[in-house]
Design a protein around this ligand. Sequence first.
Ligand code: NAD
Length: 247
Amino acid sequence: MTQKVALVTGSARGIGLATTAKFLEDGWKVVRVDWDAPALEASAEGLGDVHDIVADISLEADVDALVANVTELTGGGINALVNNAGIADFGPMEDTDFARWRRIMSINLDGTFLMSQGFIPLLKARRGAIVNIASISALRASTLRVAYGTSKAAVAHLTEQQAAELGEFGVRANCVAPGPVRTKLAMAVHTPEIIAAYHDAIPLNRYGQEEELAEAICWLCSDKASYVNGQTLAVDGGFESTGIGLP
Ligand code: NAD
C-alpha cells in the first residue's frame, strides 16, 4: 500500500508540530512547511519521516515553487493538506490600520486560499482531504478581534466552498476551530485577564493542548471521517456551546 502523505503548514511549532507528530505516529509521511527556518530545523531532530520546506504561504511565488517541489517529491499526489499556518493580532477596529488588517488577511485567508488552490491537482490525484484551521473567533465576535476573527470566519466559509466544489472529485474539506491553546501565538495576545476569563467561560475550565487539536485534525484527514464534509468542528472544551462572549 502506498504510504499516505500529509502536508502541514505552520508545523515548526504549536498545533502544526503536534499534528505532524500524530500523523507520523499513524504511519504517514509529512511534508512540513513553515517560514521560520531555524524553528523548523530545531524541531526536526528525532521527528521521523518528514520533509521540511521553508516557504511563506502568503506569497504566490513561494506556493508555486512548493507545488512543483511536492509534485516531484510525491509523484504528484498528497492525501491531506492541513492549512494551519496563521498569525494573531488583537485590536479593535478603530486601532486597526489597513496595513495590520492586510497582514492578517494575507496570511490567514489568502495563504489558505493559495495553498488550497495550488494543491487541488495533488489532492484530486489521491482523493485527499483538506483541513483548514480557523478559531472559535470565527464563530463568535469580540471587541478585540476585528481582523483575526474576520479572517477566520472567512476561512470557515472558504471550507464550505471547497467542500461544495471538490466533493465530486472525492476531495473532502473540513475546518477545525480551536479554543485557546498555550502556544507562542496565543501567549503573545492573551493577557492575564483574557486567560482568567477563558478559564471561567470554558465548561472544562482549562486551555486545550496541542495534542487534543492534533487528534481532531488527523481524524478529519483519515478515512474514518470519510462522510464528514464541509463542517467546522469546534475543539474548545465546550466554549462555543455556552453562548458566552469571547473574553
Ligand atoms: P504558533 O505561532 O505556535 O504556530 C504557527 C506556525 O505558523 C509558526 O511555526 C509560524 O512560523 C508559522 N507561520 C505563520 N505564518 C506563516 C506563513 N506566512 N508561512 C509559513 N508559516 C507561517 O501558533 P498555533 O497556536 O499553533 O497556531 C496554529 C493555528 O491555530 C493558527 O492558524 C491559529 O490562528 C490557530 N488557532 C490557535 C489558537 C491558540 O489558542 N493557540 C486558537 C485558535 C486558532
